[in-house]
Design a protein. Structure first.
Length: 335
């Protein structure tokens, strides 16, 4: 009798208890949904009351750019963290399964969709007949779009081959193409702008993708001492990356919004409003990164720093979505 009752109580408690990890899974799903909704629903609220026109297909283009940025971050981060692992003494041989092939394939599809928009004169095509593939070779934007399509295809093939490290070259070509695309030749000082975007996008990809793969590695290694060493090495590099991202981001924004008008444009233009949302999210990311670094240095268990680091990844996913929307909105300044 005495044995039966505890068993019954334990069973009831077990049934009523939530499975470990369920809350995290739900949080991830909610954030992924929000990340997809930001570029899809973002243009209309951002443009409301500004007097700026909503270009056709802005939501779809923003979503495609979000996928492209995320797809770029995953393989870049994997290559970065795998190099860090080599410098960790006593690091286990086991590493998480690579997501690079799938990410590059998703990037290929997104780049193909963006190229189809360029091929129809920056309009959303109604059908295949509207797409002038040959016309892509006649314009600067078309050639850059083709470079990104071919870059992701080559990176996917390299990732699936026996030498995944070779994907660094097509990935570098994609970053260069995206930096040039973001600054047309009609802009004042386009090469300066492209240089800032090149550094910004490279550092952001290393930070976002690197943190994701580092956390996947820690989860695989469990309580190995090498996990804390890897997280410490990543944190030191991440501090430099954050400084570079902040500096290039502020410089790029000031080039588009002069200091004397920036406060007005942050509230009166769609670009400024979305930029302000990105700044707020980045402030949250920086706070989480600082929290993780403090835990790593002072906590009895350095691996407890992975909790704020996981939250940092989720918020960074929203930052990527906002960045995708930002590239699809009209730039407020008139050159």
């Amino acid at each position: 009798m005495t044995l039966t009752k505890p068993r019954s109580g334990a069973t009831g408690a077990h049934r009523g208890a939530r499975r470990p990890g369920t809350g995290r899974a739900v949080a991830v799903l909610v954030l992924v949904a929000l990340g997809a909704l930001i570029p899809l629903l973002g243009p209309s609220p951002a443009l409301h009351g500004t007097g700026e026109a909503d270009a056709p297909g802005t939501g779809g283009i923003a979503l495609l750019r979000t996928v492209l940025f995320a797809a770029l971050s995953v393989p870049v981060g994997e290559l970065f963290v795998r190099r860090l692992v080599r410098s960790v003494p006593g690091a286990p041989a086991a590493l998480p399964r690579s997501w690079s092939t799938a990410a590059n394939s998703a990037g290929f599809v997104a780049a193909l969709g963006l190229a189809s928009v360029v091929a129809t004169g920056n309009l959303v095509p109604d059908g295949l007949a509207d797409i002038d593939v040959g016309g892509l070779y006649d314009s600067r934007d078309g050639k850059l779009a083709l470079l990104e399509v071919n870059g992701f295809l080559a990176a996917a093939l390299c990732a699936a081959s026996g030498r995944p490290g070779t994907q660094v070259w097509p990935l570098a070509a994609i970053v260069v193409a995206e930096a040039l695309r973001a600054h047309p030749t009609t802009e004042y000082g386009p090469m300066t702008g492209s240089g800032l975007t090149l550094v910004h996008l490279t550092c952001a990809s290393l930070w976002v993708g690197g943190l994701l793969y580092a956390l996947r590695t820690l989860r695989l290694w469990r309580k190995e001492e090498a996990g804390a060493a890897l997280l410490g090495r990543y944190a030191r590099v991440a501090a430099v990356l954050l400084a570079a991202i902040t500096a290039t981001g502020v410089s790029s924004s000031l080039r588009r919004m002069p200091p004397e008008t920036i406060l007005e444009q942050l509230t009166d233009t769609a670009y400024g409003r979305v930029l302000l949302a990105k700044v707020i999210l980045m402030a949250g990311v920086a706070a989480l990164a600082l929290w993780a670094r403090i835990r790593l240095a002072r906590a009895a268990d350095p691996l407890s720093a992975s909790s704020p680091a996981r939250a940092e990844v989720y918020v960074l996913a929203l930052v990527v979505a906002v960045s995708g929307l930002l590239t699809a909105l009209p730039v407020p300044i008139r050159w």
